[in-house]
Design a protein around this ligand. Sequence first.
Ligand code: G
Ligand code: G
Ligand code: MN
Ligand code: NA
Length: 256
Amino acid sequence: MMLDGALRQALARKEFSLVYQPILQAETGALIKAEALIRWHSESLGWVSPDRFIPVAEESGLIVPLGRWVLQEACRQLAQWRQAYLSARGLRMSVNVAAWQLADADYVADVQAILAANGLLPEALVLELTERTLIAEDPTIEQNLSALRRLGVRVALDDFGTGYSSLSYLSRIPLDTLKMDRSFIAELETSQRCRDLVLHIIAMGRSLGLQLVAEGVETAAQAETLTGFGCHLFQGYYFSRPLPPAELAERYFQEM
Ligand code: G
Ligand code: G
Ligand code: MN
Ligand code: NA
């Protein structure tokens, strides 16, 4: 397959880059985290969406070296921002992680080495996993997550509420953060059932001591409703699309 072939060469050809989407505090609008999102410009295929190539990389196993590159690049960028800007000192980096990466016996050591190489404490890193990652109930995945959590790395459950939701994850997996899927946020203003659901997801998450992130916030009305419900953090086009690093720095950090 064309895509698979091009993907195999893309790392060596340096065709990948990362953009960063701000995750902001609901009350103050302060930048708390940035989510690293991969982009691929292929010499032969042009721009290819991660929705297309991430599943291919997962099938071929290429996601392991690709995911390691993402983690290295995101940590390098975070360390650079923290060094260059006072207002970036408390910033955390959120990185998407696939099941294949977490199932790798070397993953914890890899993460530790990458953090150390960039002079970052584990607390600076958030790993985003989806419910899809957890349905495997792979003991290595759960052991790695527990080990990472004990080190101080933060763990977020992404796209929460879609697909394979099981409340058992909330008791079994050492989570810090729930990211409510944008499909719920999109219906906030039009569906009373959706409003009720979001309200109760937030209440449940808060009572478990979790941080709540609303994804896909696109309007002021959504942000206002979510603030009223007690949501902690916002991510979405209303605030910012994912940005190239220089643009994020220009918008959010002051020179020292
Ligand atoms: O940024 P965008 O909406 O195009 O991302 C599409 C999908 O690709 C999202 O589900 C996102 O989680 C996923 N994705 C983006 N970057 C990465 C990455 O570095 N690793 C993994 N595993 N998934 C990613
Ligand atoms: O699955 P995950 O949450 O990791 O993917 C985040 C994806 O959501 C990114 O590809 C990003 O481009 C997209 N995204 C971020 N904010 C919004 C938004 O406000 N609306 C929509 N439709 N997509 C968004
Ligand atoms: Mn994500
Ligand atoms: Na998501």
